[in-house]
Ligand binder design. Structure first.
Ligand SMILES: Cc1cc2nc3c(=O)[nH]c(=O)nc-3n(C[C@H](O)[C@H](O)[C@H](O)COP(=O)(O)OP(=O)(O)OC[C@H]3O[C@@H](n4cnc5c(N)ncnc54)[C@H](O)[C@@H]3O)c2cc1C
Length: 502
């Protein structure tokens, strides 16, 4: 009977980073992925010859010497990535329908401050304090700064609310909204989202903001190469159905079809609640299951991937966050009439043209309840099935509503569209394997911060968690989550030292 050192369940970024690190450290790794394509939210797909990202649209911290750069260099993938830096003057632009101005968020703190001061000349002190606090909060997270440190350093920082802190800086209502203007990046909720989430995410983009040329799946492919170079295996179409424990240890996982895969240690990149549903063991007590089940997931999204007519719409190296009203925190509080209240617009970076955009993506919040009537359908590229005419009509209706809102700030955009393709919470549910298509997994809450920080350890000694549900979502956040998981096996000092050594 073959037995791997490490069996990883799911090939999302977290699973792949764990596989690469542990493979490099000499462990024999095997990753089980249910889909045809590896990468989870890093998956890309092509429509009318245009490449679209399913999840990731831009990444921070990748300039030489910055945190993600150092980790990717250590992993051996940095020089394999085709990246494009976004506009230094504006990686993100915040727009409000009832305001003519464009509020630009720039890369580099100096430029970031000067841009905002130009828009709000009376508010320099508030803007500087905002930036100083972002940096102070980031400094309290040791791993984020690639150093070892105490868990307790971040204690004060985790209890600050994003909205309340930002609001406390100034009475200027527009500036408050602009400072929180890209909160779709972390699905910000006014009375729950901690300021540290805002700070860790925004700081990485202020440091440097990048798009993946021809899609983010290149990160997954590069990590897969590292894993294979170190003797690891990645199995696709390998859905884990059961995690089988005996004598206080997971012995094997059982795949759809009945095959058993044995290992010494198991790391689950699958949502923790879904992971535990597969475990039948007295070690997982109801109270632990219920605690995890009671944690709220972040909302899901409706995505419109737009193929643009050839050489028709100029390519822009910036993203837009657009709001119907001047309230960036109320996007999730919608009904049939008021949806969508806001959206993000991203352009696809293509190696074919820098002048004209080939594709654009619109992203707006959507609650799972909206698609619950089609809950008993399932559709992915490895298991295709038609969700029916009513679902198609729903998608078209929503797509047109979203384009109507877009036309307010981008008049005439429709005439550049060749075709569009929509994804709903059901698409995310089916591809990622969650119950509700949540974008970023378990949502953080400053009112009960420690409840929403999950440990990579489970109640079974050789079963660990990794991925966006632990510390933080996003490419940077998940990479750190994977380091936290690997540190359980290798020790903190070793992980940090190896990364610094490069
Ligand atoms: C719409 C959207 C936009 C985003 N934009 C950005 C962005 O611009 N920048 C950024 O940094 N981040 C972005 N993110 C967040 C980022 O993509 C995620 O946080 C990150 O990719 C999650 O990685 P993960 O390791 O948690 O795994 P996931 O991506 O959640 O993958 C989990 C994997 O497990 C597999 N799996 C599930 N169940 C099973 C099973 N039973 N057996 C085998 N395999 C299984 C799934 O198929 C999947 O491959 C975005 C996310 C979304 C949804």
């Amino acid at each position: 009977m073959h037995r791997y050192d490490i069996v990883i369940l799911g090939s999302g970024l977290g699973g792949l980073v764990c596989g690469a690190i542990l493979g490099k450290e000499g462990y024999k790794v095997c990753i089980m992925e249910k889909n045809r394509q590896i990468g989870g939210n890093l998956q890309t797909f092509t429509r009318d010859k245009v490449i679209f990202d399913s999840g990731v649209h831009y990444i921070g911290g990748l300039a030489k010497g910055q945190n993600l750069y150092q980790i990717f260099r250590y992993l051996g993938i940095m020089d394999q990535l085709k990246l494009q830096r976004l506009d230094l003057d504006a990686f993100d632009v915040v727009l409000f329908n009832n305001d003519e101005r464009e509020y630009k968020l720039a890369q580099g703190y100096e430029r970031f401050i000067e841009n905002l001061v130009r828009d709000f000349p009376e508010e320099r002190d508030a803007i500087v304090r905002y930036c100083d606090t972002i940096r102070e909060v980031c400094a309290k997270f040791p791993l984020y700064n690639l150093r070892s440190g105490s868990y307790f350093e971040k204690m004060e920082a985790v209890e600050i609310g994003a909205k309340s802190f930002i609001d406390s800086l100034t009475t200027n209502e527009t500036l408050r909204q602009v400072m929180a203007g890209n909160n779709l990046l972390y699905a910000g909720v006014a009375d729950k989202t901690p300021f540290y989430v805002h700070a860790l995410v925004l700081n990485s983009y202020i440091e440097s903001a990048w798009r993946c040329v021809d899609g983010g799946s290149q990160i997954a492919r590069a990590l897969a190469r590292v894993i294979r170079q170190h003797g690891g295996e990645i199995r696709r179409h390998a859905k884990v159905n059961r995690i089988c424990e005996a004598e206080d240890q997971v012995q094997y996982v059982e795949l759809e079809g009945g095959e058993r895969v044995y290992g010494e240690r198991f790391i689950s990149n699958i949502h923790p609640v879904k992971t535990l549903e597969m475990v039948d063991s007295p070690l997982i007590r109801p109270v632990y299951r219920n605690r995890l089940k009671s944690l709220e997931n972040s909302i899901s999204v409706f995505i419109l991937n737009i193929v643009l007519k050839k050489d028709s719409y100029p390519y822009e190296k910036r993203n837009y966050y657009v709001y119907k009203n001047k309230d960036v925190w109320d996007g999730m509080d919608y009904d049939e009439q008021s949806w969508p209240k806001n959206y993000a617009l991203f352009f696809s970076a293509s190696s074919k043209s820098d002048e004209f955009a080939e594709g654009a993506t619109l992203m707006a919040y959507m609650k799972y309840e909206e698609v619950a009537q089609w809950a008993d359908t399932f559709n992915t590229d490895s298991q295709e099935s038609d969700r029916g005419e009513s679902y198609r009509a729903f998608k078209t209706r929503k797509a047109e509503q979203l384009l109507d809102l877009m036309e307010v700030k981008f008049p005439g955009f429709r005439q550049h569209i060749h075709a569009y393709y929509a994804a709903t919470p059901l698409s995310f549910r089916d591809y990622i394997g969650t119950d509700d298509g949540s974008m970023y997994g378990i949502a953080k809450n400053f009112n009960e911060p420690w409840r929403t920080f999950l440990s990579p350890r489970t109640k079974i000694g050789n079963l660990f968690f990794t991925g966006q549900n632990l510390n933080l979502h996003g490419i940077l956040g998940v990479t750190f989550s994977a380091l936290v998981t690997c540190a359980e096996l290798l020790g903190w000092e070793k992980v940090v030292e190896e990364i610094k050594r490069g």
